[in-house]
Design a protein around this ligand. Structure first.
Ligand code: NOJ
Ligand code: CA
Length: 573
């Protein structure tokens, strides 16, 4: 197979995409909540950082019970974020800056305020309106028990019982996430048609692609069987560390034992979506959020007639260890190669504890209580975590394929652990019975300035105090500001922008082959075309290989020695 050059192949095969969590990126109208105008005002920042594309989390009208992942209308803009005209202007200006824009699409569920769900609730049992969702009678003598034992990802039962007009309890509906997020019935052709229209609506406005929320959950196993207790996992990513090292050969859990995830029927949906994407000019793309494992299962979503791109979440569940990461990289690269797709690496997103904390504490994205999610603060060494996160960044940006950066990652912000309980907003907090603080700690509004005015420059309203932003910013937050890092030598912001600039100039980076180099068990080392090499040292200090020139390093090198938890980019002789 001849490899196309970077300018010949589809943009997303190499792209570094910046994830914008819209509520927390920049507030352009002074109300303490991020919005479209805020994003627009920061396009020059994104351009100069050097990213190729931006992904914007859901910006549709929504009661915000899950901050936009509860969509009330897929073909409009949430008034608090702006208007359809604002969105159009943002799409056009992003293109004028030479960047691509992808939007988030949420097909598994909508908001309970969506007109279809309202119609369903007000329509009789068995009606066509109800068939767009998953309604069932309860078990027990009077239907007082949920239809099966499925659990919501956010905690508690995945079913909610309705009351009829007279206040008498009647059927239950399925919600794999919050109570306010009823699951669609994807066996219903109307649902399929609706989403095809939505895709066209945004493609017509010029978006370059879609990030597909819980792409693996749309189809449920027929008959909605109980999940046997021993296999009861709400999330297939929660494999044990030991499984993880050996699971390349692991048997895939039979579909009836994972009735809510990764069913064969989802692939037909994505084949239809691919046809729509291909009917538009340019390389319109889709990236799947599919928490399935092992990587061979993810690869099935990336077959050429399906989605072609998917987040690789392995770094979110990985310990900071050379052996572990090498295994994971090999497995992903091999699985993607089989379907001709590039891997797309992810270190952070709005759902997981920040990488500074994760890599330091060896967190594996487990999520049943706060300590599992965020780790033990008494054991956290932020300096070491920052060193690792910076080294990891050079690793990720040197690996084959694309990468996704989550806002604030380029500033090495740590997880925020001191949001007062009465300000927590993630539905997980309540649904876990107040055991798990949830994801607010990685969603705090960005500090653009070091001084407190305008909530550290997050808002155009200079009178807004840090505690008045929609999620409060802690007093120490300003020390992670853009102002304190952009253009400052040695800052994490500078590391990212230098790495992205080098990446642009190195035609061997992005999609394409890699070659492992042997540098001992505690080092990940590989080369890319053009005599480029990346060394990541997890163990005691090592020397830079003889004759190599250092292009970039994640921490300072003294006497050509690569310290522990440090990555270097090299030109080999
Ligand atoms: C995944 C999204 O990333 C997350 O934020 C959301 O809560 C769930 N899907 C439900 O839509
Ligand atoms: Ca605002």
């Amino acid at each position: 197979m001849t490899l196309l050059s970077r300018s010949e192949r589809a943009w997303w095969r190499d792209a570094v995409t910046y994830q914008i969590y819209i509520r927390s990126f920049a507030d352009g109208n002074g109300d303490g909540i991020g919005d479209i105008e805020g994003i627009r005002s920061r396009l020059p920042y994104l351009k100069s950082l050097g990213v190729d594309a931006i992904w914007i989390t859901p910006w549709y009208p929504s009661p915000q019970n899950d901050h936009g992942y509860d969509v009330a209308n897929y073909m409009d803009i949430e008034p608090m974020y702006g208007t359809l005209e604002d969105a159009q202007r943002l799409i056009d200006e992003t293109h004028q800056h030479g960047m691509k824009l992808i939007v988030d699409i949420v097909p598994n569920h909508c908001s309970d305020q969506h007109v279809w769900f309202q119609e369903a609730v007000n329509s009789p049992i068995g009606s066509a309106a109800r068939d767009r969702f998953i309604f069932r009678d309860g078990k027990g003598e009077n239907g007082e028990l949920p239809p099966n034992n499925w659990q919501s990802v956010f905690g508690g039962p995945a079913w909610h019982r309705l009351n009829d007009a007279d206040g008498n309890p009647e059927q239950w509906y399925l919600h794999l996430f919050a109570v306010e997020q009823p699951d669609f019935n994807w066996e219903n052709p109307e649902v399929r048609e609706h989403f095809e229209e939505i895709l066209k609506f945004w493609l017509d406005r010029g978006v370059d692609g879609f990030r597909i929320d819980v792409a693996h959950a749309l189809i449920k196993y027929p008959g909605l069987p109980d999940i046997p207790p021993q296999t009861h996992r709400t999330d297939t990513s929660k494999v044990d560390a030991e499984d993880f090292v050996t699971d390349a050969n692991a048997e895939v859990t039979p579909p009836e034992l994972r009735p809510t995830w990764d069913q064969e029927g989802v692939h037909e949906i994505y084949r239809a979506w691919r046809k729509i994407l291909n009917s538009y000019p340019g390389d319109r793309m889709a990236v799947a959020e599919a928490w399935v494992s092992p990587a061979s299962r993810i690869a099935r979503y990336l077959r050429p007639d399906e989605l072609a791109n998917s987040f690789n979440f392995d770094f979110l569940t990985s310990r900071w260890e050379a052996k572990y990461l090498t295994h994971m990289i090999n497995r992903a690269v091999d699985a993607m190669a089989e379907v001709g797709a590039p891997p797309s690496w992810v270190f952070n997103n709005h759902d997981v504890t920040r990488s500074v904390d994760r890599f330091d504490l060896g967190l594996q994205n487990r999520q049943s209580n706060t300590i599992e999610r965020q780790g033990d603060p008494a054991k956290l060494d932020i300096a070491r975590g920052t060193r690792r996160a910076r080294a990891g960044a050079l690793l990720m940006l040197a690996l084959p394929g694309g990468a996704y950066i989550y806002q604030g990652e380029e500033l090495a912000v740590p997880e925020v652990r001191d949001i007062p309980e009465d300000r927590l907003t993630d539905p997980i907090w309540k649904m876990s019975g107040y055991k798990d603080r949830g994801r607010d700690g990685c969603r705090v509004p960005i500090a653009w300035k070091s001084s407190v005015d305008g909530a550290f420059g997050f808002s155009t309203n200079s009178a807004l105090a840090p505690t008045e932003a929609w999620l409060p910013q802690s007093p120490w937050w300003g020390s992670y500001s853009v102002e304190s890092q952009a253009g400052i030598e040695g800052s994490t912001h500078s590391l990212y922008s230098e790495a992205l600039a080098i990446r642009k100039g190195e035609s061997g980076l992005g999609d394409g082959p890699m070659q492992w180099l042997d540098a001992g068990p505690d080092v990940i080392a590989f080369s890319r075309p053009g005599n480029f090499a990346c060394y990541v040292n997890f163990g005691s200090p090592i020397e830079v290989p003889k004759g190599a020139t250092v292009l970039l390093s994640s921490s300072a090198l003294a006497d050509n020695v690569i310290p522990t938890d440090t990555a270097v980019w090299l030109r080999l002789s």
